[in-house]
Design a protein around this ligand. Structure first.
Ligand code: ADP
Ligand code: MG
Length: 315
């Protein structure tokens, strides 16, 4: 599905003004880190002032709130946020189920699982009524966090589901029996707005939109919000946007700061106070096959996802 080109929004147009062409002949006034501005305000720092309450401990668990992490653009931090938000939520005593809903299986890999070696995955739960979620569910190394894995088999579901009755509700039906056992279910969507993502949105109460703090990341957000609206109207009246999460933020570049400021200008309080900064620690965790909250527990990335967990529990 094309996400660029026609869906030129006001946001896109406005943002063009924030991109400075690198100057010729080393004209530093126009280079990437240009203009000594005098007041180097970091909008992310300036904004993160609200204090969040410590989440109250739970006496019992469930029924789960289902949240889809969705953006049809790849590489914006959906999978990273699913793993690390999930792990951070368990630190507040929440039981969490992660659903890998991308045929790439990156969520499964990020938790140390080799998805191509699995006989049964979410695909089998969707396509065969005899296979239940319990049959494919895996414990992760994070206590209180379970995983429904996926692998390349899931790519066939997109085609096969087309002929099913109530094809958009397939994931919702599959997840329903698990909801009483968890406090949150996080669905890691694939980078598209196709039938799998529509299934995730139909199963969800809310959507978190991870948004990379880069110029082009705002392209396509209008289309995503439009899709969310349509699913709400036609399939799932509960659906709402939980929040927009700025990811891969680099306060050292004027560009990153300006994109973030524009996002806040456009979406206001829908944007989480928590901003995820760009750090090599995240690619490291993928190799390690564990969340940053255990890989580097006192790193800024771990603290940021804990803060996000608090925000998610407060909203
Ligand atoms: P998506 O699921 O949206 O495709 P990922 O979460 O897989 O995106 O992230 C894409 C790549 O960027 C991965 O290699 C990941 O390790 C890396 N990454 C994610 N978040 C950050 C971050 N805050 N800083 C640096 N790298 C990141
Ligand atoms: Mg992903």
């Amino acid at each position: 599905m094309s996400t660029s080109g026609e869906d030129s929004t006001l946001l896109d147009v406005d943002l063009r003004a924030t991109v400075r062409r690198p100057g010729r002949d080393g004209d530093s006034a126009d280079a990437e880190e240009p203009r000594p501005t005098g007041r180097a305000v970091d909008p992310a720092q300036a904004r993160a002032t609200r204090t969040l309450p410590e989440p109250a401990p739970l006496q019992s668990h469930g029924p789960a709130r289902v949240v889809a992490l969705c953006n049809q653009k790849g590489g914006v931090g959906k999978t990273t946020s699913t793993i690390n938000l999930g792990a951070a939520l368990t630190e507040y005593g929440r039981r969490v189920l992660l659903v890998d809903f991308d045929p790439q299986g990156a969520l499964s890999v990020g938790l140390g699982i080799q998805p191509h070696q699995l006989d049964r995955t979410i695909y089998d739960v969707l396509m065969e009524s005899s296979v239940t979620l319990d049959d494919v569910l895996l414990k992760t190394n994070v206590p209180g966090m379970d995983l429904v894995p996926s692998n390349i088999d899931l790519s066939a579901a997109e085609v096969q589901l087309v002929n099913e009755v109530a094809r958009e509700q397939t994931l919702a039906r599959a997840l329903a029996p698990a909801l009483p056992d968890y406090d949150l279910v996080l669905i890691d969507c694939q980078p598209s707005l196709g039938l799998l993502t529509v299934n995730a949105l139909t199963a969800a109460d809310g959507v978190i939109i991870p948004l990379e703090c880069e110029f082009f990341s705002l392209r396509g957000v209008a289309l995503l919000i439009d899709t969310i609206e349509k699913v709400r109207e036609r399939l799932n009246p509960r659906l709402h946007i939980e929040g927009i999460l700025a990811t891969m933020y680099d306060s050292r570049t004027v560009h990153g700061r300006e994109v973030f400021a524009r996002v806040v200008e456009a979406f206001g309080d829908t944007v989480y106070d928590t901003v995820i900064t760009r750090t090599v620690r995240f690619p490291e965790t993928t190799v390690a096959g564990e969340p940053i909250t255990t890989w580097a527990p006192s790193s800024s990335g771990a603290l940021q996802y804990r803060n996000l967990a608090k925000e998610v529990l407060t909203r």
